[in-house]
Design a protein around this ligand. Structure first.
Ligand SMILES: [Zn+2]
Length: 127
C-alpha cells in the first residue's frame, strides 16, 4: 500500500500498490496544477479525509471533481461523480513519498487536444 498525503497532513489518499507509469497531462487543468497522475480503479482508492477538510472543483461538463486540501491547497485526486465497477480515478503522485514511489516512467498525455500519449521532445525530423 502507498499513501499520498497533502503538505499539512489533513488529507490522505491510500492506494493498493505503486503505479507502473505516471501521466503528465497538458490539459487546461493539469498544466496549471502541475500534477502527475497515477491511475487506479476508483474502488481501489480510499480518500481519507474529514468532509470539511477538502474542497472540490469541477468545470465543463462537471463529470468529475478535482479534490484538494482546504488548508494547504495540495491537489490530491480527480474523481468521477458517477462511479461504476470499472470507473477510473487519478491520484496525484506528487503527494507520495518520493522514496516510497521510486523511479516511475512519466508518460506525456496530450489532454489539451488529441487525448493521445505523445513523445516529447519531438524527434528532430519532425521539428
Ligand atoms: Zn493539507
Amino acid at each position: 500500500m502507498l499513501t499520498a498525503s497533502c503538505h499539512c497532513g489533513a488529507v490522505k489518499v491510500e492506494v493498493p500498490r505503486g503505479p507502473e507509469t505516471l501521466t503528465n497531462c497538458n490539459c487546461s487543468m493539469c498544466r496549471r496544477y502541475g500534477v502527475l497522475w497515477a491511475y487506479y480503479k476508483d474502488a481501489e482508492v480510499k480518500l481519507a479525509a474529514a468532509p470539511d477538510t477538502i474542497d472540490r472543483y469541477a468545470w465543463g461538463k462537471k463529470s468529475q471533481d478535482f479534490i484538494r486540501c482546504k488548508t494547504c491547497g495540495c491537489v490530491m485526486q480527480w474523481k468521477k461523480k458517477t462511479i461504476g465497477p470499472e470507473t477510473r480515478t487519478g491520484v496525484n503522485a506528487r503527494n507520495f513519498d518520493p522514496e516510497a514511489l521510486g523511479a516511475v516512467k512519466i508518460l506525456l498525455l496530450d489532454g489539451a487536444d488529441t487525448w493521445e500519449y505523445i513523445d516529447w521532445p519531438p524527434h528532430a525530423s519532425e521539428a
